[in-house]
Design a binder for this molecule. Structure first.
Ligand SMILES: Cc1cc2nc3c(=O)[nH]c(=O)nc-3n(C[C@H](O)[C@H](O)[C@H](O)COP(=O)(O)OP(=O)(O)OC[C@H]3O[C@@H](n4cnc5c(N)ncnc54)[C@H](O)[C@@H]3O)c2cc1C
Ligand code: SF4
Length: 494
């Protein structure tokens, strides 16, 4: 363990931030990683408790106590090897993971938890700066060909694992750049896109072939799903040309709000807005970029996507930003005796919220109003949530007389994603579960395999809208199953 008395001696140290007023003027990352000395002190706080709940709380099961100890002892080179043994891309999770590991930290029961994510961030940044992250091409090739559909974190993780096992892997991506939501969902100020390019280079040196602007499927995509495709390949052809296919296509169908006025110009899906700004930051010239400078913006949906719309609207110079959520306001402080070591439902304030926005809960949207086809305002009402005595379910009712008209020239719908694009799964003949996700188990014989021979599914496509760290886990685990399917056995870790 780090230092035996470290948890008694040292405080939790947060990573440094650039001040909101100055960071709002640009789209660059603004979180600084810990210095070596600060990371060492955080590592020293780890108690190496008998059962490392953090390791279980982390979806990729990062071996956190081991790298905490190595960082405390200044053995960074070994720390990155341990970290990479469970996580292909710690530079992503060290920046944007909500850190369920920290909610599970034993020290967190009665003190601030170990800053696990900040140590992960420091280890991987040091590893890249020191030139320790190098390509690891397979010593022997198997001659097996695998297609991965989608280049998000699950597709990238699956591709890297499979290439390292000696397979010829081709990743097909319908967008013009790689990374899935890492590239065209999560804003640049949370994740610099150069980090994706750097990994892609490593993977190319390991033999992975990337094909962008290629759409796999037959039908047209639904509204709100982004594409830059210039070429289409049918599932039938893919299945003919490859020994296995892994569908890592995300969960892209956005939840809509079909109320009066939905058709007005000014009402957009969040995923129509966010990718455009990332493209512009990357140097693209867009003809019709959605811009909110000088506008009253309302973001509907209180989650991560909504918060990213807030941060981007502030950077574009919105006049006002209101974020509304249908559910009731969560408690400010969780009851640890009930929630630990699980992820608690509590009020979360993101760095984008700190940059300026009003937030309201228990608010429903009834109508969008406009003039000459353009959005001018929206009508909202307050709701109340009560448990139904008969069913035990929470039920919502509108508070009489609470209607009000809110000025809004731009509205972003950030209410989550219902499921993967149905036509993609249907074109492969892949069976869906009750929620419309690709159906496959995650344990036991045949896991991650769909009902269609040699077609595997992973990430948001299988589990529904989730987190980057879960996508990495699923990509890694699916890779092992594909390898075992092709070779009869696999030495890839789960
Ligand atoms: C705005 C936003 C912010 C988020 N912020 C965070 C965060 O801070 N932290 C966090 O942990 N998670 C966050 N998430 C969730 C996280 O990004 C996803 O859970 C994760 O990216 C899922 O990875 P994936 O590989 O399964 O799919 P995706 O990242 O969605 O990648 C799927 C890829 O497949 C491609 N594709 C789809 N269909 C086809 C086809 N037919 N042919 C070719 N290519 C295809 C898509 O274009 C896409 O590039 C956020 C999500 C959003 C929308
Ligand atoms: S990946 Fe996320 S949950 Fe796992 S150690 Fe890193 S921050 Fe914690």
């Amino acid at each position: 363990m780090g230092k035996v008395t470290g948890f008694l001696e040292f405080e939790r140290q947060e990573e440094g931030y650039e001040a909101p007023e100055s960071r709002k003027k640009h789209y660059k990352e603004f979180v600084m990683h810990l210095t070596d000395e600060q990371a060492k002190i955080q590592g020293a706080r780890c108690m190496d408790c008998g059962i490392p709940f953090c390791n279980n709380g982390c979806p990729v099961n990062n071996i956190i106590p081991d790298w905490n100890d190595l960082v405390y002892k200044n053995r960074w080179r070994e720390a990155i090897d341990v970290l990479h043994s469970t996580n292909n891309f710690p530079e992503f999770t060290g920046r944007i993971c909500p850190a369920p590991c920290e909610a599970a930290c034993t020290l967190g029961i009665n003190a601030p938890p170990v800053g696990i994510k900040s140590i992960e961030h420091a280890i991987i940044d040091k590893a890249w700066e020191s030139g320790w992250v190098i390509p690891k091409p397979a010593a022997q090739k198997t001659g097996k060909k695998i297609a991965v559909v989608g280049s998000g974190p699950s597709g990238l993780a699956a591709a890297q694992q499979l290439a390292r096992a000696g397979h010829d892997v081709t990743v097909f991506e319908k967008r013009d750049r790689l990374g899935g939501l890492l590239r065209y969902g999560i804003p640049d100020f949370k994740l610099d896109k150069g980090l994706i390019d750097r990994r892609v280079k490593q993977m190319e040196a390991e033999g992975v072939v990337f094909k962008t602007s290629v759409y796999i499927g037959e039908a047209d995509l639904p509204k709100g799903v982004g594409t830059d495709a210039k070429e289409k390949i049918t599932p039938k052809k893919l299945l003919k040309d490859f020994d296995a296919v892994v569908i890592c296509a995300g969960s892209e169908t956005p939840r809509d709000l079909p109320i009066p006025g939905r058709e007005l110009e000014g009402v957009y899906f969040a995923m129509e807005f966010l990718p455009q700004q990332n493209k512009v930051n990357a140097g693209d010239k867009l003809r019709d970029q959605i811009k909110v400078s000088g506008k009253n913006v309302v973001v509907i949906g209180g989650g991560d996507t909504g918060s990213d719309c807030v941060g981007t609207s502030n950077r574009q110079g919105a006049k006002s930003i209101l974020q509304i959520e249908l559910l009731s306001k969560p408690p400010v402080q969780e009851n640890k005796s009930v929630t630990w070591p699980y992820w608690p439902n509590k009020l979360r304030t993101s760095s984008s919220h700190d940059e300026g926005c009003s937030r309201e809960w228990s608010v429903t949207t009834k109508e969008f109003r406009g003039e000459n086809g353009k959005l001018k305002s929206m009508v909202t009402a307050q709701v109340e949530w009560k448990r139904d005595e008969k069913t035990g379910q929470m039920k919502m009712s509108e508070v009489a007389g609470s209607e009000r008209e809110v000025p809004a020239e731009a509205v972003f719908l950030a209410m989550g994603f219902v499921n993967p694009v149905a036509s993609l799964l249907e074109s492969f003949g892949v069976e869906k579960d009750a929620r419309g996700n690709a159906k496959a188990t995650t344990d036991g014989v045949g896991c991650y395999a769909s009902n269609v021979a040699k077609v595997f599914v992973a990430g948001d496509t299988r589990r529904g809208q989730s987190l980057v760290v879960w996508a990495i886990r699923e990509g890694r685990q699916a890779a092992r199953e594909v390898d075992a399917f092709l070779m009869g056995a696999s030495v890839l870790p789960r």
